[in-house]
Write a protein that binds this ligand. Structure first.
Ligand code: PLP
Length: 411
């Protein structure tokens, strides 16, 4: 999308507002599917990154399935028209009851601990399940989003394979898939391939596999010139390795991935208006009409989002600290070089597609912003801005006597 088009969205729908470019989502999906030359490839989009139903519908229309982490995400996927067999459910630490509810909905179950595996196998030996393996390879760059390391709560440790196999044998359950997800921001393809080898090795233990799921964690660029996962290189290398594995295994398996960020991060822009320019002795603050209630990643993970002044793009750049209106430290970016900001200008935050709206809250009793999908050269509202009704909808009000009272006798 051009800056002019973004500005037109802010004019039409007000600020703050999230805007997603359908074309970018589509091109990322195609780039990924073109990189892996295998007979059976399945991409399951990680719904938690951005769960708007229209986004799910768009991805479904491209042939993309869904990766879900809660019963509610499965329901959203079904609402979007995704076939249950194209939905994989990969929760962490949920109850057996929730897993059984998801079985009722028809999604593929992925289990990530031995306790639930055993209980599930005892009760439903006929329902095929995928197992999540932790290969103990740390591929990600950020400790909060790296999930493959030794102390991670995710997956069944590769070292527990003997115990796992005993459960499978004793319960007579069917393992139709094997899975890993080593975390976000993979840069080193070698590390990813190393983890894949561990998964291939583990896969040999199961005779009824239909798919191998390599999770996600592809890194996308956050700044100009940023390095990103070389998908084409990974595609070439993993394709060859996977096809060889299938030959040895004696069956054409499906190669699966479950990217969130890769598909939607760059499609998104978050637009906010500058309420006030405040000069202090050390910096110039640009205070905007939003805060970490709407975009928590900078304060939560220290994530970087490029910030551009789309109302005054040609002006001379100056240094600013861009801050939100929340009554706590609420910094989007310090010492950013941005073309001169005037009060009323619209700033655009890039990489606002993944883990932005989906993590937004009503903190400070603010309304969550609207979401707009830019599709075929036009803006489509896909979520309305909240109203005061939304803030009060589920509150149950008590009433207290407000008539003047005599002071209670303390004795
Ligand atoms: C969050 C998650 C993903 C998506 O990760 P990205 O870094 O957004 O691609 C994939 N699989 C599982 C199991 C997840 O929890």
């Amino acid at each position: 999308m051009t800056q002019k088009e973004l500005l037109s969205v802010a004019e039409e729908f007000g600020s703050p507002v999230y805007v997603y470019d359908a074309e970018k989502i589509t091109s990322q999906y195609k780039r990924l599917t073109n990189a892996f030359k295998v007979d059976n490839l399945r991409i399951h989009y990680a719904v938690k990154a951005l769960s708007n139903i229209s986004i799910l519908k768009l991805l479904n229309s491209l042939g993309c399935g869904l990766d879900t982490v809660s019963y509610q995400e499965v329901k959203l996927g079904l609402r979007a028209g995704v076939a249950p067999e194209n939905i994989i459910y990969t929760p962490n630490g949920v109850s057996l009851e929730e897993i059984e509810e998801v079985v009722e909905l028809g999604a593929q179950i992925n289990i990530d601990n031995l306790s639930i595996l055993e209980q599930f196998g005892n009760r439903h030996p006929e329902i095929p399940v995928c197992i999540r393996i932790n290969p103990h390879v740390m591929a990600g760059g950020n400790s909060k989003i790296s999930v493959g390391h030794i102390d991670s709560k995710f997956g069944i440790s590769i070292h527990q394979m003997p115990h796992l196999l005993r459960i499978v044998e004793n319960t007579g359950m069917h393992i139709n898939g094997i899975h890993m997800h080593t975390g976000s921001d993979i840069l080193d393809i070698g590390v990813f391939l190393y983890a894949s080898e561990i998964l291939f090795e583990a896969a040999k233990n199961f005779k009824e596999l239909e798919f191998i799921d390599f999770g996600s964690g592809f890194k996308v660029p956050y700044r100009e010139g940023d390095i990103e996962t070389d998908i084409e290189d990974l595609g070439t290398q993993l394709t060859e390795r996977f096809n060889n594995f299938c030959k040895d295994y004696g069956k054409e398996l499906t190669l699966a991935f479950e990217p969130g960020k890769y598909l939607v991060s760059e499609s998104g822009n978050f637009l906010a208006k500058v309420n006030v320019i405040k000069q202090t002795t050390s910096t110039v603050f640009a205070g905007i009409d939003t805060g970490f209630n709407h975009l928590i990643r900078p304060m939560f993970y220290g994530s970087h989002h490029d910030i551009k002044n789309i109302s005054n793009p040609e002006a001379k750049p100056r240094f600013y600290s861009v801050v939100g209106y929340i009554c706590e430290t609420d910094t989007f970016g310090s010492n950013r070089r941005i073309s001169e900001i005037r009060e009323g200008d619209i700033l655009s935050f890039s990489n606002a597609g993944a883990y932005c709206f989906s993590m937004a809250s009503n903190f400070n009793s603010r309304y969550r912003p609207p979401e707009v999908l830019w599709y075929n050269g036009k803006a489509h509202l896909i979520r309305e801005r909240e109203t005061f009704e939304d803030l009060t909808r589920h509150q149950v009000e008590m009433n207290f006597d407000t008539s003047p009272k005599e002071l209670a006798d303390k004795d």
